[in-house]
Design a protein around this ligand. Structure first.
Ligand SMILES: [Zn+2]
Length: 410
């Protein structure tokens, strides 16, 4: 590959065919180069509690393990955690991350600054909630106006920074913790500023029942966001495990994107997304770690758990639809993730004209016995998914710039 000064790929092909004026700077063999992975759902403040609370349901787990951590995520906590977190994303092979912060504006500035310095492609949003909020210092009557103003400030400072490497996602947490006013006004802010709009939908049966109780006029969960003006191609909804046919049809019709977070969904016993049926209906789907409900940041882990979960559904005769192979899972974690974000002109695959967002993996880490590395791409990707090793990502780059994180760069 040849990367120009702006970090774009100007040549991809056999070394012997490279342009005569290209300088060979790095020979990565025997590592294998892949597009950088795209994580469409993670919660930055929650990373310290990843892997804790197994066996609880969503709402209990939130109360016990998550809200205390987010309540303490002020600027000082962000200074400690954010640089470590971006390195951990890169170590897992993630070069683009769509992330929730906490409610405090200053902690978001810290998270953005850390991402700006680190080099990862990051889209971040301040969590908005005017119900069940964990910040007791704010007068409940003032939350909506203040949360909108702070989000607008952050958009002003960070959305589009560094030629679009950093972007903003307006982030109402979910319908249980937001009033209809908060949902509607946040959607207006996203539409008027060109930022993304992200929230959670239809993750857990208890949550769905609570949304039905809070929004008695809505047809269903998706309709709550539809009435708020929240659906569309700039919207990313996490989970979408239990969609009705009507909800699925409405998301497809509006071009709304969803994030499949299979490890999280099994960790919290939320359910198994009928992925094959959703894809056949034409739904736009990418992958997310959902740390900390998902126990680790690796998108390869999401592919493995998702693969097993779909096999279990099929073996139980519960759902049909498309069966995905290893390369299709890899595509969902790269190019299709970029399409969800509308960034597939910039990233998601290694093609001339795109930015050089890539990772290098060492096949020796996933070989079944030494020497059994796989020349066939489908076999190699199958092993990267099913025999993932935490150190197998040896390098990660965004726009051709090497990121800190992957073990012992050399
Ligand atoms: Zn989440």
């Amino acid at each position: 590959m040849v990367v120009d000064a702006a970090g774009r790929l100007t040549f991809v092909g056999a070394a012997a065919e490279r342009p005569a004026d290209a300088v060979t700077a790095t020979d990565l063999r025997p590592w294998v180069v892949l597009p950088g992975l795209i994580d469409l759902h993670a919660h930055l403040p929650q990373l310290p509690n990843a892997g804790l609370g197994a066996g609880l349901d969503l709402l209990t787990w939130l109360d016990r393990y998550i809200f205390p951590l987010e309540r303490g995520f002020d600027a000082a906590a962000a200074e400690r955690l954010a640089p470590v977190a971006w390195r951990a994303f890169a170590a897992a092979g993630t070069t683009t991350a769509l992330v929730y912060g906490a409610v405090y504006e200053a902690s978001l500035d810290v998270a953005f600054r850390a991402a700006e310095w680190h080099g990862i492609r990051a889209i971040i949003g301040k969590v908005m909630m005017d119900r069940l909020t964990y910040d007791p210092t704010i007068d409940p009557g003032a939350i909506l106006e203040r949360s909108l103003r702070e989000s607008a400030n952050l958009i002003e400072r960070w959305h589009g920074r560094d030629n679009g490497r950093l972007r903003y996602a307006v982030t109402p947490r979910f319908a249980v913790s937001c009033t209809a006013d908060m949902l509607r006004e946040s959607a207006v802010l996203a539409a008027s500023s060109g930022a993304y709009w992200q929230t959670h939908v239809s993750e857990d049966l208890g949550e769905i029942a609570e949304v039905a109780r809070l929004f008695p006029d809505a047809i269903d969960y998706v309709d709550v966001y539809d009435r708020a003006g929240g659906l569309g191609p700039r919207t990313i909804l996490a989970h979408a495990v239990h969609l009705s046919d009507r909800e699925l049809g409405r998301l497809v019709e509006t071009g709304t994107n969803v994030v499949h977070c299979p490890a999280s969904n099994l960790f919290l016993a939320s359910g198994v997304m009928p992925l094959g049926a959703y894809l056949e209906a034409g739904l736009s789907v990418g992958l997310g770690s959902d740390v900390a409900a998902g126990p680790d940041l690796s998108i390869f882990s999401q592919m493995r758990v998702g693969f097993y979960a779909q096999n279990a559904l099929r073996a139980s005769g519960l759902t049909g639809g498309r069966v995905l192979g290893p390369l299709e899972w890899l595509r969902m974690g790269t190019l299709e993730g970029a399409q969800v974000l509308g960034l597939d002109e910039e990233t998601g695959s290694l093609e001339v004209g795109k930015e050089a967002d890539l990772i290098a993996v060492d096949p020796a880490y996933v070989a079944s016995v030494p020497g059994a590395e796989d020349p066939d791409p489908r076999d190699l990707v199958s092993r990267l998914i099913f025999r993932s090793h935490p150190d197998m990502v040896r390098g990660a780059w965004v726009r051709g710039r090497r990121l800190e994180g992957p073990a012992s760069p050399d």
